[in-house]
Design a protein around this ligand. Structure first.
Ligand code: SF4
Ligand code: SF4
Length: 295
């Protein structure tokens, strides 16, 4: 049995990626199981999902603590050692990043390091920065564990029409463009001890604030706390450089950045708390934080 841990951020389709992967394993004649683990349930927060595959029925129901394979959907997570806890020496890392050297610097004892610029591919093919299907293509190429055709079929369970076509193109480009670096066992053994020998266990954050409790589970809308009252600066959009990628919406921690009638993304000022995450994450630098007028 092999164990896979996926890391991404809320809104990036991490959980669906794990499901599509498990479906592809099953289509390929293997057994598979999958389940998610949310930390803070809001967009932009770190999210994990777990998948197992094998030739025999899978009875384990625990989180994956000792992954053979790590699939990292978000570049900002790849440089943080926490996300590699328990990673087995000689395993495989498949990462959305333009900076593979930053992962190599962590000395993780991986045998395969597969990297691809998933955000650029996703933006070009789907118009959003949601990298999940692209990274599944990269996974297929790097590991050889699932067939590209089985992944394509798995995608049809989740998408249809134009969105399906776009995601299949993203999948194919992830497969074609991933750079796979393979290291010999000697090279792996010669590296310094990595975090695979660190104490095992990923502790999800404990949510204690009234703010977190105010989320309605059904529709993810903040119902009672008007976090807009906290704001002392607000995001201002410059439409000219905006690529309409929706990345600001994915990362907004209160989920208040929405597409408006003009097609551009704007914050709901009842809830925008002025944190500036959208401005930091905008790939086109189209958002500037400006001081709120004091009335
Ligand atoms: S403001 Fe930035 S992040 Fe938001 S849609 Fe435009 S380019 Fe994308
Ligand atoms: S500044 Fe407002 S819109 Fe931007 S991420 Fe923070 S809460 Fe969301």
């Amino acid at each position: 049995m092999g164990e896979i841990r996926l890391h991404g951020r809320g809104g990036q389709g991490t959980v669906i990626a794990a499901e599509m992967l498990a479906n592809a394993f099953v289509l390929g004649g293997k057994y598979a199981s999958v389940f998610p683990s949310f930390g803070v349930e809001r967009r932009g927060s770190a999210v994990m999902a777990f998948a197992r595959y094998g030739e025999e029925p899978i009875r384990e129901r625990t989180r994956v603590y000792r992954p053979d394979i790590l699939l990292m959907l978000d570049q900002s997570l790849t440089e943080n050692r926490t996300h590699y806890d328990g990673f087995k020496a000689g395993g495989t890392i498949v990462a959305n990043t333009k900076h593979p050297e930053a992962i190599e610097d962590l000395k993780l004892n991986q045998q395969i390091l597969a990297t691809v610029d998933g955000v650029s591919i996703a933006l070009e093919e789907t118009g959003t920065a949601i990298t999940n299907t692209c990274m599944l293509g990269a996974f297929a190429k790097a590991t050889g564990l699932v067939r590209l055709d089985d992944l394509k079929e798995a995608l049809t369970l989740y998408f249809q029409g134009k969105i399906l076509s776009k995601n299949i193109r993203s999948l194919e480009r992830g497969f074609a463009e991933v750079h796979v670096a393979r290291f010999t066992p000697e090279k792996v053994a010669a590296r310094e001890e990595g975090p695979h020998d660190a104490p095992v266990g990923i502790k999800p954050p404990v949510i204690t604030t009234p703010y977190a409790a105010a989320w309605d589970d059904a529709n993810k809308k903040l119902l009672t706390v008007h976090t807009g009252d906290w704001r002392y600066r607000r995001p201002e959009l410059d439409k000219a450089p905006c690529r309409l990628c929706g990345w600001c919406s994915v990362y907004c921690p209160v989920g208040c950045m929405k597409a408006g009638e003009d097609g551009y993304y704007h914050p709901d000022l009842n809830y925008c708390k002025g944190c500036g995450v959208c401005a930091n994450m905008c790939p086109a630098h189209a958002i500037k934080m400006t001081a709120e007028e004091v009335i």
